[in-house]
Every structure is written in structure tokens, then in C-alpha cells.
Design a protein around this ligand. Structure first.
Ligand code: MN
Length: 206
């Protein structure tokens, strides 16, 4: 059975940019529910637990049709939130450096342009969804948004950072003001962690 990963920081560690109550409900209720429902969906196909949740999403065609949508939604929710907690943290350096910064400059027009485009992707999601920083099959850095819990892994991309724009991610503190939430969110991005992920994924292309 899959388990809810522990946060590497406390619920109040992202104050004042993101409040403790939102973090607590988001992790202990929303994310926990995705994990529980993913486990429930797989209960009659226990052999699937041998795969990681990422592997389930990478090949949704291999999932029995009767549970495919449940795996896409709840597995998608589990995997995206796991990456989300690793994308943010209390010790943000404000901007990336090293190889990740070089790739952002090379492929995404520089850090300021990337921030602007990524924010726009998040703000442009109609209803619920995500903005993503991903590496494609050729090792190229890209951004995109998806709806609901659809994960870029399912279309052959490797996400290294994500921004949750479901209302549950910001409503308690920001109500309908998604733009304000996204602006504040840049203050809590864990660039060291994202940079490490970048290097790890790119190592596979070397
Ligand atoms: Mn969420």
C-alpha cells in the first residue's frame, strides 16, 4: 500500500507566504485522501502495488480500464502533491543557480521570463490544475499546465517542480485571489531541491 509521505518541514514553516492551516489541511486531508483512494482503487489488483505511483501514471494503458480513471485522478493527486512538497520549503534562495539556472536561461528565456510564463500558466488554468516545470525526452526544459490531476509523466515528460492551483491550495488565506497566491508562492520555492532534481534527471541523458 502507498503511504502519505512526511513533510520535511512543519506546517507553519512557510509562513507568512503560505499559512499553517492551509498546509495542514492540504497535506493531512487532501493529499492523504488521494493516497487512501489510490490504495482503495488498487485493492482488487494488488500486483499493481509493486509499481511506484509514478510508474502507474507513466503507462496508464497498462492499468485495467475499470480503475484507470481512479488511478489517473488519485494516483495523479498523490504523485503531484509529493512533488509539490519537495518543490517548496522554508529555506528558499529566491532563485535557482548552477545547471538549472543555465537551462532556464537556455530554454526558457531567462529566470524573469520563466517566472512570468510559469505564473501565467498557473493563472490560466480554468478550474483546477497545475503548472509544471518538466524535462522532455530530449533533455529540454519546458513548462506546461494540466487540468485536474493529469500528470505530465503520462505524456512522457519528467516533472521537477509543480505549482498547485486547485482552490484548496490557497482559498483559506487568499480566497479567490489566485494571482496573489502565485506571487507569494515564489518566495517558498526550494531551488536547491529543484536544482538537485534537475541534475539527477539530466544525469540519465549524460
Ligand atoms: Mn492540492
Amino acid at each position: 500500500m502507498y503511504e502519505l509521505p512526511k513533510l520535511q518541514y512543519s506546517y507553519d514553516a512557510l509562513e507568512p507566504f503560505l499559512d499553517a492551516r492551509t498546509m495542514e489541511i492540504h497535506h493531512s486531508k487532501h493529499h492523504a485522501t488521494y493516497v487512501a483512494k489510490l490504495n482503495e482503487a488498487l485493492q482488487n489488483n494488488p500486483e499493481l502495488f509493486e509499481k511506484t505511483p509514478e510508474e502507474l501514471l507513466r503507462d496508464l494503458g497498462a492499468i485495467p480500464e475499470s480503475i484507470r480513471t481512479a488511478v489517473k485522478n488519485h494516483g495523479g493527486g498523490h504523485v503531484a502533491h509529493t512533488l509539490l512538497w519537495e518543490s517548496i520549503g522554508p529555506k528558499s534562495t529566491g532563485m535557482p543557480d548552477g545547471e538549472l539556472m543555465e537551462a532556464i536561461t537556455k530554454y526558457l528565456g531567462g529566470f524573469e521570463k520563466f517566472k512570468e510564463d510559469f505564473s501565467k500558466l498557473g493563472l490560466g488554468v480554468f478550474g483546477s490544475g497545475w503548472a509544471w516545470l518538466v524535462i522532455d525526452a530530449d533533455g529540454v526544459l519546458k513548462t506546461l499546465s494540466t487540468s485536474n490531476q493529469d500528470n505530465p509523466i503520462s505524456i512522457g515528460l519528467t516533472p521537477i517542480m509543480c505549482l498547485d492551483v486547485w482552490e484548496h491550495a490557497y482559498y483559506l488565506k487568499f480566497q479567490n485571489r489566485r494571482a496573489e497566491y502565485v506571487t507569494e508562492w515564489w518566495n517558498i520555492v526550494d531551488w536547491e531541491g529543484v536544482g538537485e532534481k534537475y541534475k539527477k534527471v539530466m544525469g540519465k541523458y549524460a
